[in-house]
Design a protein around this ligand. Structure first.
Ligand SMILES: [Zn+2]
Length: 446
């Protein structure tokens, strides 16, 4: 057991002075035992006199391997869109062998920790060899990704993707052979095997484009968390209406999947009927604003989504929880032409709402007892150096959200394990060099 004693600490929308956190252990599964003034006992103390302690941020939507595309898709000789970007991403995906996938995933996860994320929902769809042949261990690549997270100390929930087809009536795309499952039963069995090995596992029917309605109905027997891409691109919605006469979220609802354990990723272009369905269902949305900007998806309509919203760094064009959170509000301002759009109470209400999007809503999306500084929760904690120049003169909580950055993250604990110390992730540079060597070996960018 040990104490963490910051200058201020975030509990339920407010910053408090004079409180400390008692943590049960340092093994990665340590819990918060107590939030109280520190007692004068013999226990060790992590003293943080200039820091604000927050719950660790939750990255609810990630494709770790796409970290290798950073900077390689910021130019084009011809007209470029989400769909042409996707072809580049597929080229990379098909060159990755297990070692290279592990190396780039470890780098992405290390960067997440350094930025203040303490957990990730890894939406994992690389399952087989490039020609579609299963590995000797059919879960080889999922295990590599989970091992990479374990190696750097990030908490990972493996969202095992189901992928059936290129689209309704669309010829199979040979670039998707790695993703394809034989049938819904095979997907459920893979998820069960991974869970039996001790991993935290959710299910991810990729999208209504990639998974037909009869598969969705079979997958609805899954009892854990369920994530799916929904309404990312207008073309996806057009295809759904052509095939089913229904919008994507309605197709998930018809299959019995739209329930409190469901997270709709993106929801960039919902219609009113979908928003009503979402609101009634108790489900939530994962917005990925930096990726949605990078891919030209559109602005996430936070101003009209009447459901909890969490965040993800998705393609890792950037890994920065603060940037994702303030974008929820700033994009709303840019579109509507007014300020302080998202509903809130009081001077700190908007900042608190955004912090909750980055923490507790994401933890709920992944089904993990985290995201709150409260007894019983996992000790996933982030200390922000609030003495930095950019926070001077600012009202503390709003400044933290609207002026924070990974550079201000001083210490990070995951389940009580101290993974970032004084702004440094031990071994981070070596992970970067290892990933560079692996990507050179497979000529990832040739
Ligand atoms: Zn995605």
């Amino acid at each position: 057991m040990f104490w963490i004693e910051p200058e201020t600490l975030y509990v339920e929308g407010e910053l408090h002075h004079g409180l400390a956190v008692l943590v049960s252990g340092t093994d990665g599964e340590g819990r918060i035992l107590e939030v109280a003034p520190r007692r004068d006992d013999d226990l060790p103390v992590e003293s943080l006199p200039r820091c604000t302690l927050l719950p660790g941020f939750v990255n609810a939507h990630s494709h770790a391997f796409q970290r290798a595309l950073r900077g390689w898709a910021q130019h084009s000789a011809s007209e470029d869109s989400f769909w042409s970007w996707r072809e580049r991403m597929y080229t990379l995906a098909n060159r990755l062998d297990p070692e290279a996938l592990a190396a780039v995933s470890a780098l992405a996860f290390a960067e997440m920790l350094r930025a203040g994320f303490t957990s990730v929902g890894e939406f994992h769809y690389l399952h087989h060899q490039a020609d579609g042949t299963p590995y000797d261990d059919p879960d080889e690549l999922a295990k590599r990704v989970l091992d990479a997270a374990g190696r750097v100390g990030l908490r990972a929930v493996l969202l095992r993707v189901a992928y059936a087809r290129a689209g309704a009536g669309v010829e199979p795309n040979p670039h998707q052979a790695r993703f394809l499952d034989a049938n819904p039963q095979a997907v459920l069995e893979a998820a069960a095997r991974l869970a039996a090995s001790g991993a935290r596992v959710g299910l991810a029917p990729h999208s209504v484009r990639a998974v037909p309605a009869d598969w969705l109905r079979e997958l609805s027997s899954f009892t854990g968390v369920i994530h799916a891409h929904v309404d990312e691109q207008p073309e996806e919605i057009r295809q759904s209406r052509a095939e089913y006469g229904r919008a994507p979220l309605e197709v998930f609802a018809d299959a019995g999947l739209l329930r409190p354990s469901f997270t709709a990723v993106h929801l960039t272009h919902p219609d009113d009927a979908e928003l009503t369905l979402l609101h009634k269902s108790g489900a939530r949305v994962c917005a990925c604003p930096t990726t949605e900007l990078d891919l030209g998806d559109g602005f996430f309509p936070a101003w009209k989504v009447n459901a909890p919203v969490c965040i993800g760094s998705d393609s890792h064009a950037a890994i920065d929880p603060f940037a994702e959170l303030r974008a929820l509000e700033w994009h709303s301002r840019a579109v509507l032409g007014r300020r302080n759009v998202l509903r809130h109470d009081g001077d700190d209400g908007l900042a608190a709402r955004l912090i909750d999007s980055g923490t507790v809503v994401g933890a709920d999306a992944l089904g993990i007892p985290a995201g709150r500084i409260a007894a019983g929760n996992l000790a996933d904690l982030v200390a922000i150096d609030s003495s930095r120049m950019e926070f001077a003169l600012g009202r503390p909580l709003p400044s933290l959200v609207f002026n924070g950055s990974p550079a201000a993250v001083q210490d990070v604990w995951v389940g009580g394990r101290h993974v970032v110390r004084e702004g440094r992730l031990p071994g981070g540079e070596a992970l970067a060099r290892e990933a560079e060597r692996a990507l050179r070996r497979i000529a990832a960018h040739a």
